[in-house]
Structure formats: structure tokens, C-alpha cells
Design a protein around this ligand. Structure first.
Ligand SMILES: *[C@@H]1O[C@H](CO)[C@@H](O)[C@H](O)[C@H]1NC(C)=O
Ligand SMILES: *[C@@H]1O[C@H](CO)[C@@H](O)[C@H](O)[C@H]1NC(C)=O
Ligand SMILES: *[C@@H]1O[C@H](CO)[C@@H](O)[C@H](O)[C@H]1NC(C)=O
Ligand SMILES: *[C@@H]1O[C@H](CO)[C@@H](O)[C@H](O)[C@H]1NC(C)=O
Ligand SMILES: *[C@@H]1O[C@H](CO)[C@@H](O)[C@H](O)[C@H]1NC(C)=O
Ligand SMILES: *[C@@H]1O[C@H](CO)[C@@H](O)[C@H](O)[C@H]1NC(C)=O
Ligand SMILES: [Zn+2]
Length: 551
């Protein structure tokens, strides 16, 4: 198909003078306009018909016009659910559509009424980590890389800085609790990891998850309280009615084996899970569960639930399902958490945070298949949540904390395998994949020891542990800096349109629910029927927004 001698000549004459010509030739060569017939599947055949696209657009418009959410009736959100796809870049979303089977598919949250973008940089870095960004989208304040629940006045690793109340940030979970809402969270990472930690912890290093790790940085664990202890002891933590996650290892001593015979990581001989149960039992009925069965059989008169289903982060969803592991999936945990919060029958409603944490972990390893599958599961959990709640009283916001370096590139044919080889080839005469990374361990599956590219057709792309090509060798693929999507459905979801700082997100949610800075009668816990928002509050909000726009 391609004349490789011609190719070599082209490469040889690749001097700067010829660069423009080379690019032109390359494009002509590899994307011939008289391409072979397209490989549209049965389902896509009608795309050849212009009317198909016109009718599609008409239907979309009809849906938009009939959508009660788009009529912008100001309404108070009784419940808020914030879904965080860790590292769920827009590229990840686009590739996940194809993973669902067809380019025309949408993930559940892409059908939400309103969409915006957020700028994710943190105070000291262009590219955010999950800790500084959690401080932004949960507390409304941008922070330093690696720090969580504190302002940028506290530098990374400042042992005592996190204890200064004037430098601590308050999360939307606290704002919700102050208005007597129920609160809880779900994640597939460790319960002490960066994203959920933003709800309850104040920490100058996100990796201080147990006392030993605090010591490693030369801090005294009796002064610098680790994140696991903060989940037991902090005031916000005490009010969480349900917490479902991984990460048992941060709660028990290294001499103690957990329910799956894995050792703890602590050095202080404490059993913080036991302490959590004892402490919460003084407030109501509390229970700890460690597997799916335990989660399924929680008594309905339980007030406080702690479910830690793995020693560390969760295994990938594909592993849970294929190996029938005794662990709940993200959507099963989401369902359990919503049911539990609804069962409290609190007329003030609830705030729930749900994180699909493994999209990020998979990207860091260049495991594109796992990343897309985790995105599919995340989308399912959101669909379930929308089904279980009413758009009249429950605001659902879906976003990501930062991007990743995965690209979805080349001119692959419609219907082509998103996880396989592209149909085109590189100037070196070798094929490439539709998905690839700017950096990561995939480098070693991309280049041989002489620095020339490996023939990528030798790999088995059905293996979810296959690392996708990467240009720069790194132990862990990095985050990306470009904006991420924000998808909103429910009361006041129209506030979320536009392109703005990530740190506005909790403020917008607080406005919708009239909590935090927008609470009207602080401490009295107003029962929330769906009454309209008072005009003076709207004015206050506009005032704040206008100061943002000026800056
Ligand atoms: C709670 O469970 C008991 C049985 O275990 C059942 O009789 C009762 O109706 C349940 N209550 C609610 C509110 O679901
Ligand atoms: C706690 O559970 C017990 C049964 O174990 C039940 O009798 C009691 O009503 C529960 N208390 C609360 C406050 O729900
Ligand atoms: C949500 O509801 C729709 C419509 O009833 C249904 O088709 C879909 O399967 C539900 N989704 C989930 C995840 O339960
Ligand atoms: C790398 O270069 C060396 C020396 O030219 C050669 O012996 C070896 O086969 C090359 N390796 C590959 C994978 O091409
Ligand atoms: C490719 O990987 C899949 C999944 O790991 C495995 O089932 C299959 O046997 C592999 N195929 C080959 C040819 O090794
Ligand atoms: C808004 O108006 C209500 C009633 O008119 C009043 O009670 C409340 O204090 C006002 N809030 C603010 C922030 O002005
Ligand atoms: Zn990450």
C-alpha cells in the first residue's frame, strides 16, 4: 500500500527547507482522499443520508425545548450529589463513547441540561494534582500542589501550618452539615486519598495518611495529625452518615492483618476502625463493613456506616466483575449511599460526594482500556443516581479534577477499535494506536533500546494491562493542564455554564442549595421545600460573580 523506499527518501530530505513540503506530502500520503469504502456498521448506515443528520438535529432541539430544566425556573436544591471523575479529561470522555460501542453514543452525564468548563491549575503549579484541586472544587479555594484543606499560605510539608484555623478551608460538606443536611461520600480510592480528603482533612502533604508517613517528613504525629485520624476525629468527619471506600491499611498497625490478611501501615498500634465504631456508636447505631455482603445486609436502623472494601485503592471494575471479587462496584456503592441518605428521611436533604478514582490511576499506568472502562462505570453510577432522585430537588454536578496526557488521534475509520491500531501508519512505516500518551511507562512498549519505534502490531490490545504508547519515559504518566468539563442537572444547573475557575464550583452548588455563604437562617436548619430563591440572595451572588469576572 505504501511505498517504503519513497518514505525513506522523504525522511532523508527532511531538512528544514523541506519541512513544509514534507508535511504536505505526508498528509497526502497517509490520508488519501480516495480512501477505501468506509466501514459503517448496520447501525450507522443511515448516516449516509443527509436527512438523518437533519432529523437528529431536530430531535435534539425538540428535547432541548421540552426540557423543563432549561426553562430556568429558579429553584432551591434540597440535595446535592457531586460526581468527580478523577483525571476524566474531555479526551477520556470522547474515547469512552467509542468504548460504549459507537461514536454517536453519549455518556449518561453528557445528556445533562447544562455544561461548562473549569480551569484546574493550582496556586503554585500549572498542572494540578488531586489534592490542590480537591481544595478548589470542594472548598472553593485554590491551594498549593500536594496540600489539601488549607490555603496556599501553608507550603507543602509545613508540619504545623495545617493546624492554624485561619489557614484551614471549609468544605461544602461542612456547609451542608451546618444546614442540617445529611452527608456522606463514596470513592474507589483509599478513603484517605486526595480527592475525598478534601471534604474533611487539613493536611500539608496529601501522603500523610498514617502516623508513619507523617514521621517520614520529620513531623511529629502527635502534632501533625494524619489523614486517617482526621477521618475519625474531625468535627466534619463525625457527621458523615455513610463512607464507602478502600484503604483499610491506613487505619491499623503494621503488625495487624486485615480481613484479607493484608498488613496495616500504622506505627502507633491504634485500630482506628475500632475507634471509629466506638466513637460513632455514642452518636447512634454505627457499623463497619468490609465486603459486598456486609454492605448488602446493613440493618435499616443503622445511622453511621463505614465500609472499607480493600486494603488499598480498589481493584479495577473489570477485575471485580471478571474475578467475581467480594467487593461492591462504584454504582453499587453509589446506590447504597443514596438509599442510606434517603432513609434518614431528613427534610433538609443531603450532600453526597462520589468519586470514580481509578480513571486517574489507570491513566497514570497508561492502561487506556482500564481508564475507559472505569469511565463507563462512573457514567453508570451517575445514571443510577439521576434515576433515584428527582430533577426537581436534586442537583447533580459531574466534573473532573484535572486532565491527563492521553490523546485520541489519527484518522481512524468510523467503527474502528478505539483500543486498537489506527488504520494509518507513521513516517517510519509502522502502525500506531488511536490512543497514546505524552509520557509514562508505555514508553518501553513504544521504543526499543536504540530509540526507534517498535512495531505496535505485535501487542495484544485485549489485555487491559497493556500500556499504550508514550513519548517520554516516566514511572507515572502525568496529569494534563487543559480545562475539564462540568455537567449539571437539576435545580439551578444553568449556573454551571461557561468557562471559569474550578474553585467557583462549590460556590455555585452552595448558591443552588442556599448553604454556606448563601445560607439564610444559619443554624436553624430550614426545612427545604422547593421554594424559589429570594431575590436578595441572587443579587448577592451576581455581585460575587461580577467580582470574579473582573479579575
Ligand atoms: C427495616 O427492616 C425491617 C426488617 O428487617 C422491616 O420490617 C422494616 O419495615 C424496615 N424499615 C424500613 C423503614 O425500611
Ligand atoms: C440501634 O439498633 C438497635 C438494634 O440493634 C435498635 O433496637 C435501636 O432502635 C437502634 N437505635 C437507633 C437510635 O436507631
Ligand atoms: C435509568 O432509568 C432508565 C429509564 O427508566 C432505564 O432505562 C435505565 O436502565 C436506568 N439506568 C440505571 C443505571 O439504572
Ligand atoms: C540496536 O542496535 C544494535 C547495534 O546496532 C543492534 O545490534 C541491535 O539489534 C539493535 N536492536 C534493535 C531492537 O533493533
Ligand atoms: C489477549 O489478551 C486477552 C486478555 O488478557 C486474552 O484473553 C487472550 O488470550 C490474549 N490473546 C493472545 C493471542 O494472547
Ligand atoms: C434576604 O431577605 C430575607 C427576607 O426578605 C431576609 O430575612 C434575609 O435576611 C435577607 N438576606 C440577606 C443576605 O440579605
Ligand atoms: Zn492522578
Amino acid at each position: 500500500m505504501i511505498n517504503s523506499n519513497y518514505l525513506r527518501i522523504l525522511i532523508l530530505v527532511g531538512l528544514s527547507l523541506f519541512n513544509a513540503a514534507l508535511c504536505f506530502e505526508a498528509e497526502d500520503l497517509f490520508v488519501p482522499l480516495e480512501a477505501e469504502p468506509s466501514v459503517l456498521s448496520e447501525a450507522n448506515l443511515n448516516e449516509n443520508d443527509a436527512d438523518f443528520w437533519r432529523k437528529n438535529a431536530q430531535n435534539f432541539l425538540k428535547e432541548v425545548l421540552e426540557d423543563p430544566e432549561k426553562k430556568l425556573k429558579p429553584k432551591k436544591a434540597k440535595n446535592i450529589i457531586l460526581f468527580l471523575g478523577d483525571g476524566m479529561s474531555l479526551t477520556t470522555v470522547a474515547a469512552a463513547r467509542m468504548y460504549l460501542g459507537n461514536e454517536r453514543n453519549s455518556l449518561s452525564f453528557e445528556k445533562f441540561a447544562h455544561f461548562g468548563l473549569s480551569k484546574t491549575y493550582c496556586v503554585d503549579k500549572q498542572v494540578a494534582d488531586s489534592a490542590c484541586s480537591a481544595t478548589a472544587y470542594l472548598c472553593g479555594v485554590k491551594a498549593n500542589y500536594g496540600t489539601m484543606g488549607i490555603s496556599a499560605k501553608v507550603p507543602l510539608n509545613d508540619c504545623k501550618g495545617q493546624n492554624d484555623p485561619s489557614k484551614q478551608t471549609v468544605s461544602i460538606a461542612k456547609w451542608a452539615q451546618d444546614q442540617c443536611k445529611e452527608t456522606g461520600f463514596v470513592t474507589t480510592s483509599k478513603v484517605t486519598d486526595a480527592s475525598p480528603g478534601g471534604l474533611y482533612a487539613h493536611i500539608a502533604n496529601r501522603y500523610w495518611q498514617n502516623d508513619k508517613d507523617v514521621r517520614k517528613n520529620g513531623c511529629d504525629p502527635s502534632e501533625t495529625i494524619d489523614i486517617a485520624r482526621q477521618l475519625v476525629e474531625n468535627e466534619v468527619s463525625k457527621k458523615f452518615k455513610i463512607v464507602l471506600a478502600g484503604g483499610r491499611e491506613e487505619f491499623r498497625d503494621s503488625s495487624v492483618l486485615d480481613e484479607e490478611k493484608k498488613p496495616g501501615k500504622r506505627g502507633d498500634n491504634r485500630d482506628l476502625i475500632k475507634e471509629w465504631v466506638e466513637c460513632r456508636n455514642k452518636q447512634g447505631n454505627a457499623t463497619f463493613v468490609h465486603d459486598k455482603r456486609g454492605l448488602d445486609t446493613i440493618r435499616n436502623d443503622t445511622d453511621y456506616v463505614l465500609g472499607l472494601f480493600n486494603h488499598g485503592h480498589f481493584p479495577y471494575n473489570l477485575q471485580i466483575v471478571e474475578q467475581k471479587l467480594a467487593k461492591p462496584t462504584l454504582s453499587e456503592m453509589t446506590e447504597a449511599a443514596i438509599k442510606h441518605l434517603q432513609r434518614q428521611n431528613n427534610e433538609n436533604g443531603f450532600f453526597l460526594f462520589v468519586e470514580g478514582a481509578l480513571i486517574d490511576k489507570a491513566h497514570h499506568d497508561n492502561y487506556a482500556r482500564f481508564a475507559l472502562d472505569e469511565t463507563r462505570e462512573f457514567s453508570k453510577a451517575i445514571e443510577l443516581a439521576r434515576n433515584m432522585t428527582s430533577v426537581d430537588d436534586t442537583l447533580i454536578v459531574v466534573t473532573a479534577d484535572h486532565s491527563h496526557t492521553m490523546t485520541y488521534n489519527g484518522y481512524s475509520k468510523r467503527g474502528g477499535d478505539i483500543l486498537g491500531l489506527n488504520t494509518a501508519i507513521g513516517l517510519d512505516g509502522l502502525p500506531y494506536t488511536s490512543l497514546s500518551y505524552a509520557n509514562g511507562m508505555g514508553y518501553y512498549h513504544t521504543y526499543n533500546e536504540n530509540g526507534s519505534r517498535i512495531d505496535l502490531s505485535i501487542y495484544n490490545y485485549s489485555n487491559p494491562f497493556h500500556r499504550y504508547p508514550a513519548t517520554i519515559p516516566l514511572l507515572s504518566e502525568t496529569h494534563g493542564a487543559e480545562d475539564v468539563g462540568i455537567y449539571a442537572s437539576g435545580p439551578e444547573s444553568h449556573l454551571f455554564i461557561g468557562n471559569y475557575e474550578q474553585s467557583y464550583i462549590p460556590l455555585l452548588m452552595a448558591h443552588a442549595a442556599q448553604i454556606g455563604p448563601f445560607a439564610t437562617d444559619d443554624g436553624k436548619c430550614p426545612a427545604s421545600t422547593s421554594k424559589t430563591i429570594l431575590p436578595n440572595i441572587s443579587l448577592l451572588f451576581l455581585l460575587i460573580l461580577s467580582t470574579f469576572i473582573k479579575s
